[in-house]
Design a protein around this ligand. Structure first.
Ligand code: TEU
Ligand code: CA
Length: 559
């Protein structure tokens, strides 16, 4: 049976970069309020808001110092209530980000935790003795360097999988779990409709804490994969579900780096009583390098991309539910990554990527600006980047270890860095793209005079209206939600083609991932009475695929 969140489309708002309402250069909740009608017009059902809780902002709000207060840059709790109400009045639901693998080091719990080993909050975090003056294990942080930080006051090291201002909570402690569940319940009482749970598969650590065997001497990749999916992860999530989640009509999605489909079926299986969906990362890591991880300019091959996505389509069918995404606040812009952001092909390839993803089984997530084809950015000066991951990794890989030259790192940042996704939303051909009347906290992409919401809304052929149509198709055709997936021609290096089948109906999705005109036997793959549902070109010969052409057909098949 299909439930509401399986038919829903989510729109992700990164509030810091969405709309500034008061000229301080930082997007805020009043700014979100100004554009609820825009999200409604697109046709999305759910808004996912990145963290707006009180935070010293070391990692743009993923370092929370008070879970029940709003970061003053963003506004007040009253402003958030206004956003919730506006969403509900417009038939939208609001999903909050939940960051409970770690807190800020400025959270009261950690401030107390580091005062002494006897403090009742000491055991809220993961403290260990050093090994002969060295950190307790060899684990490397996602943002570079050791995950262990020495604290002279207690003469121990604390664990931080991300920056040293993000100490990991000790979920083994039942008091930690209770505090988190109580806080979640409080948010549900405020009328929110869901949680996106940050790195939720990291909450249970390996037992005992032993060295990560995958780290060779010179590898500069993180230990996230080694630490993920610890022995109590499912027990904790089942408790969370029992005590909080199942008592409200919520939508839940766990962000889970380093999960396989088998893991995902445990976290989000229909009968598991844990989460409803997870974000998997396989299609986001295809380009990675064994030594420098994401800091490369490798390109993914189309067969690899097809294999990664298809594996999830097939493995989860009937057992768990996929989340479908090309973009979020941590990933570069998809049109620059898997499409072509040159003026000639940007709109075509953005639509091609949208159709390719939105015809799959799962709940689609659209990240702000994706619906107008926003692109990666290249800042001339490395100091213009704001992301702590970029800054820390630059220091380590370029300055300290000289693993990469400045030019190599610059190219990698322009290709994979998180600030590509975080430049301000491009609303208009006006100063700072209409994002702020002040100085934006992160530079606006200089291509805003061409790429902006105003221009998209005025052009009936825009990427925006293509997304609007995809969302509407999902509402009109149950086969888009429920159909079974089959990949065709897995080795084709230029064309992505798959079918979805439900009863005697068949969808066929075909996308040309290149700037060449190609011939493929498309007609032969269609059933009878084929009807074109969507395309990014005027209809012509069925077997001819123009540059970045994409089409979805509905037809009838026998048996
Ligand atoms: O991201 C977790 C995560 O695994 C990412 O660090 C991802 O691997 C990386 O960004 C790719 O470069 C979540 C949040 O989405 C991210 O914004 C936070 O920085 C991180 O957790 C820590 O809370
Ligand atoms: Ca502001």
């Amino acid at each position: 049976m299909t439930v509401w969140w399986q038919k829903a489309v989510v729109y992700q708002v990164y509030p810091r970069s969405f709309q500034d309402s008061n000229g301080d250069g930082i997007g805020d909740l009043q700014g979100v309020l100004q554009h609820i009608d825009y999200i409604k017009k697109l046709g999305a059902d759910v808004v996912w808001l990145n963290p707006v809780y009180r935070s010293p902002n070391d990692d743009n709000g993923y370092d929370i110092s008070d879970y029940q207060q709003i970061q003053p840059d963003f506004g007040t709790l009253a402003d958030l209530r206004a956003v919730i109400d506006a969403c509900h009045q417009n038939g939208l639901r609001l999903m909050m980000d939940l960051v409970v693998n770690h807190t800020s080091d400025e959270h009261d719990w950690f401030v107390a935790s580091r005062t002494s080993r006897e403090d009742p909050f000491h055991d809220f975090y993961i403290w260990r003795e050093g090994r002969n003056g060295n950190p307790p294990t060899n684990w490397r942080s996602e943002f570079g360097g050791s995950v262990w930080q020495y604290d002279p006051q207690v003469d121990q090291y604390y664990l931080h999988m991300f920056t040293k201002k993000q100490p990991d909570l000790n979920w083994r402690n039942p008091k930690v779990r209770q505090k988190v569940f109580d806080m979640m319940d409080w948010w549900c009482q405020q009328g929110i409709d869901g949680f996106r749970m940050d790195v939720i598969n990291l909450i249970s650590k390996p037992e005992p804490l032993t060295d990560d065997p995958h780290l060779t001497q010179d590898a500069r990749t993180s230990s996230l994969g080694y630490v993920a999916n610890g022995p109590h992860a499912h027990e904790y999530l089942q408790a969370m579900n029992q005590q909080v989640l199942r008592r409200y009509p919520l939508m839940t999605v766990g962000e889970t780096p380093d999960v396989t489909p088998d893991d995902a079926i445990k976290y989000a299986g229909f009968d598991r009583g844990e989460l409803q969906m997870v974000f998997q990362f396989e299609h986001m890591q295809l380009e990675n390098d064994p030594v420098v991880g994401k800091w490369t300019t490798n390109r993914a091959s189309l067969p690899a991309l097809k294999a990664a996505l298809s594996r999830w389509q097939t493995a989860l069918d009937g057992k768990a539910w996929n989340s479908l995404y090309w973009n979020n606040h941590d990933q570069p812009r998809v049109v620059s990554r898997f499409g072509n952001d040159l003026a000639e092909y940007r709109e075509l390839s953005a639509k091609m990527l949208a159709n390719t993803l939105h015809m799959m089984q799962g709940t689609p997530y659209i990240y702000q600006g994706e619906e107008i084809g926003m692109t990666n950015v290249a800042f001339a000066d490395i100091r213009n980047y704001r992301d702590v991951e970029i800054k820390n990794t630059y220091r380590e890989l370029v300055e300290e270890t000289k693993t990469l030259t400045p030019a190599q790192m610059k190219a990698a940042i322009e290709y994979r860095g998180r600030d590509n996704a975080r430049t301000p939303m491009q609303w208009r051909d006006a100063p700072n793209a209409g994002f702020t009347t002040g100085t934006p906290w992160l530079g606006v992409n200089p291509n805003y005079p061409q790429i902006n919401v105003d221009a998209a809304l005025m052009d009936p052929n825009s990427i925006f209206y293509f997304y609007q149509r995809l969302i509407q198709l999902r509402k009109d055709y149950p086969i888009i939600t429920d159909g079974h997936y089959a990949l065709l021609d897995p080795d084709d290096e230029a064309v992505f083609m798959y079918t979805r089948t439900l009863g005697d109906q068949q969808l066929l999705m075909v996308s040309n991932f290149t700037d060449q005109t190609l011939q493929r036997p498309v007609a032969a793959r269609l059933g009878t009475q084929p009807e074109g549902l969507i395309s990014n070109y005027p209809a012509a010969d069925v077997d001819t695929l123009r540059p970045y052409e994409t089409r979805t057909y509905l037809s009838t098949v026998v048996g």
